[in-house]
Design a protein. Structure first.
Length: 530
């Protein structure tokens, strides 16, 4: 037991170091996790014999559910809602089109049977959320036209469709027909959606409206609710991955307490889940069998990358008038990874008879995809002129926080104000604030203790940034010309009873507004809501 624990600790440590050094080689860390698994596997240095696909399926399924949940939990709906329709189309019909085009071409280029070709297409139909998220964030790919949110939502939500297609393929290979399968698919969608939404509502209700959950136990409570949601969805015949993803989106975009703590916790758990999945994938492989599958894997990778994925993307995005450059980038960003390999493990564990080495083929396709597409993604985005210097990919995630530690505030001193004709050192400014300068007519005066404040001066104060509690929401909104607040005074707006416009950022100025303040185009309005 002690030796096993030591080995596990060494593996995790090696994977953590791989994350650190991956950037120096220009390759995603997930590739290194695979290689570490191969190093410990049957053909590696440590020669650990492991070929239990049933056990691997159970472990990877649990790890994948945490990745799916956090993908939804950390998705900022405000940033993604404009691309939600396109993302959902890609994650449903896009997966189906990719799978069927892949199956068709595999059938005629590699000579697989129709059912085997369909299984290959189904398993490889979805993109990998862990790989896409890791590259977007680590490489800081600030993309135009909401492309980052589009890729995040699509990759986070397309596993349920691939899972259903894989389920159909396995059942057809077993039974030779699709009888009763379509009814099961409807049930999967219906129960998966209902259970995910119901558990999200229940979880938010318990966190916000009751005191049943003690402080510090929020993370344990959330894990318990997540596992119950997954298990009940499985037992009822629902799509469990769809359930946990919907649960994640609903909870992550609700005002709940300890959200920052939950994000930090699930970020760590998800990282560990990614390490576990990719390490197990490497552990399951037999490198001496790989040369035989490389030609087929390269052909399938080319089919997916150059034909099937672009066909699906252009077919679904061009009707929305998306640019050719955006379609090409979205096509290239369709990385295959952990989820495809997990579905391949599921197929092998189910006992379906195949004349080809499905797991190693999918493993090699995922390896080529993450290594080549993932490594070149930043260069492709730059070549397609899809990088946006004014965007910040971090803002598309719920864990984004502004870096500023202080805020500048402008205070106008009208005639008769109690600061008038007093020295700076005699004034009791707000706690923690500092008078930096005074704007007087067209002159800027750097303040000192003996600087006298006059009527019509504007004092520039630095004030500490406010960290809202978990029950409070501070939201930034940039005002476009078509925003219904534009060119209206605050007194004219219909705000909710618990909503307050706390400040307006106009260029380099920070304004504390009153009812007469007019909101202008390009203002950043900060609203407070409890």
């Amino acid at each position: 037991m002690t030796v096993t624990l030591l080995l596990v600790a060494i593996v995790i440590l090696l994977c953590v170091l791989a994350e650190k050094f991956s950037g120096k080689f220009g390759m995603p860390a997930l590739i290194f996790f695979m290689f570490i698994g191969m190093l410990f596997g049957s053909d590696g240095i440590f020669k650990i014999p492991f070929d239990d696909y049933a056990l691997a399926e159970n472990i990877c399924s649990i790890a994948l559910l945490f990745i799916m949940f956090y993908g939804g939990f950390n998705l900022k709906w405000k940033a993604a809602k404009d691309v939600a329709v396109k993302s959902i189309l890609l994650s449903t019909f896009g997966v189906a089109v990719t799978a069927f085009v892949t199956a068709l071409l595999v059938r005629f280029t590699l000579g697989y049977t129709w059912l085997e070709s369909f299984l290959v297409g189904a398993v490889l139909g979805s993109t990998d959320a862990a790989s896409v998220f890791a590259i977007l964030r680590k490489k800081k790919l600030n993309l135009r036209d909401g492309t980052a949110s589009l890729l995040e939502m699509e990759s986070g939500s397309n596993d349920p469709m691939a899972y259903m297609l894989t389920f159909i393929a396995i059942e057809m290979i077993r039974a030779g027909k699709a009888e009763h399968i379509w009814g099961q698919i409807v049930l999967q969608l219906a129960f998966g959606t209902f259970i995910g939404a119901a558990f999200a509502f229940l979880t938010v209700r318990l966190l916000r409206k009751t005191s049943l959950i003690s402080d510090g136990l929020d993370t344990i409570f959330m894990v318990a609710m997540l596992l119950i949601c997954y298990a009940l969805s499985q037992l009822s015949g629902g799509n469990a991955y769809l359930s946990v993803y919907i649960m994640g989106i609903c909870i992550g975009n609700s005002p709940i307490k300890s959200k920052a703590t939950l994000i930090a916790f699930f970020d760590g758990v998800t990282t560990l889940a990614q390490i576990l999945i990719f390490f197990l994938l490497g552990l399951l492989t037999f490198p001496h069998q790989m040369p035989a599958v490389i030609p087929a894997a390269l052909m399938i990778t080319a089919i997916l990358t150059l034909i099937a994925r672009p066909v699906a993307v252009f077919l679904l995005l061009k009707p929305f008038h998306c640019s050719v450059r955006q379609c090409l980038l979205v096509s290239w960003a369709g990385l295959r990874g952990a989820s495809s390999s997990v579905f391949a493990i599921m197929a092998v564990a189910s006992g379906v008879a195949m004349s080809h080495n499905l797991f190693h083929i999918v493993f090699m396709v995922s390896l080529f995809s993450v290594a080549v597409q993932g490594t070149l993604l930043p260069n492709v985005a730059a070549r397609l002129d899809m990088l946006d210097d004014n965007a910040d990919v971090r803002k598309t995630f719920n864990d984004y926080q502004e870096d500023a530690a202080i805020t500048l505030m402008r205070m106008f001193i009208p005639k008769g104000h109690n600061y008038e004709n007093r020295l700076v050192r005699e004034v009791n400014f707000p706690t923690g604030s500092l008078a930096l300068m005074i704007k007087r007519n067209h002159e800027t005066i750097i303040t000192k203790g003996d600087t006298r404040i006059l009527a019509n001066d504007t004092i520039i104060l630095s004030v500490p940034a406010y960290e809202p509690s978990d029950s409070e929401q501070l939201t930034e909104t940039r005002i476009d010309s078509d925003n219904h607040w534009c060119n209206h005074s605050i007194s004219e707006l219909c705000l909710a009873p618990d909503e307050l416009i706390a400040m307006i950022i106009r260029g380099d100025e920070t304004l504390i507004p009153d009812g007469k303040t007019v909101i202008m185009e390009n203002d950043v309005v900060v609203t407070y809501r409890e």
